[in-house]
Design a protein around this ligand. Sequence first.
Ligand code: GLU
Length: 283
Amino acid sequence: MTVVTRFAPSPTGFLHLGHAHAALFAWRAAEAARGRCLLRIEDIDRGRCRPAFEAAIAEDLAWLGLDWEGPVRRQSEHLGFYAEILAELHGRGLLYPCFCTRKEIRAEIARAAAAPHGPDGPLYPGTCRDLGEAERRARLAAGEPHALRLDVARATAETGPLAWVDRGRSEVAADPAVFGDVVLARKDTPTSYHLAVTLDDALQGVTLVTRGEDLFPATPIHRLLQALLDLPVPEWHHHGLLTDAAGKRLAKRHDPLTIRALREAGRSPAEVRALAGFPDEGP
Ligand code: GLU
């Protein structure tokens, strides 16, 4: 089977060394297996994504010496497709509308004596999961803004226990409940990172999902969506994240070293590849 990997940046800023590491990781994994590496632009967050950053991504990758197979998939062009799948999940009773504002969620969590926590902080307390059908219908009919959340307990009851394979760690048991009832469609966007990434990886025939280990906790949700939607299951390889000399993650710095700043400072592509953790092999 041909190995297919992908690099999937969001055009919300210029690529920095951490992105270069992720891109090179995906590209080299494909190259080592004589496979293919794809490029996907994850631009569903219309408020933060900019066409100029997308153009810069293409330019920076080309300068780094990375080329990509096939057409680039741009998620903003496929919102109708994500909405169709959402409707299917909704029809199966696996989603529920959530009308809560962030403020209401915070207040509800503060009221609970011991609110359960996930990797990103306290979990959604499930307020709207238990709304009566009449209230739900009335609020929808009134056009109240709402997100759609996955009823994780119901979903896992349907799929049974799941596992997945990470090349860096061997088999991992999936616990999709770690994030609680995740949002699959936001109030302002008819999809979410979790849904779009899972559908696109399947649709593009990705067999090896490489990405930073900051996204490791999200993988059980993707595994659950694959099982619910009967999608092929890829392998994963979560890689470490580049840090600066003080151990701070590059992506979290105010002034991450962008590829273009390094280029303007006179660094060569080979030097930047080495800074990103992928020195060229010697002769
Ligand atoms: N778009 C995500 C990011 O820029 C990566 C998605 C993924 O690799 O699953 O962090």
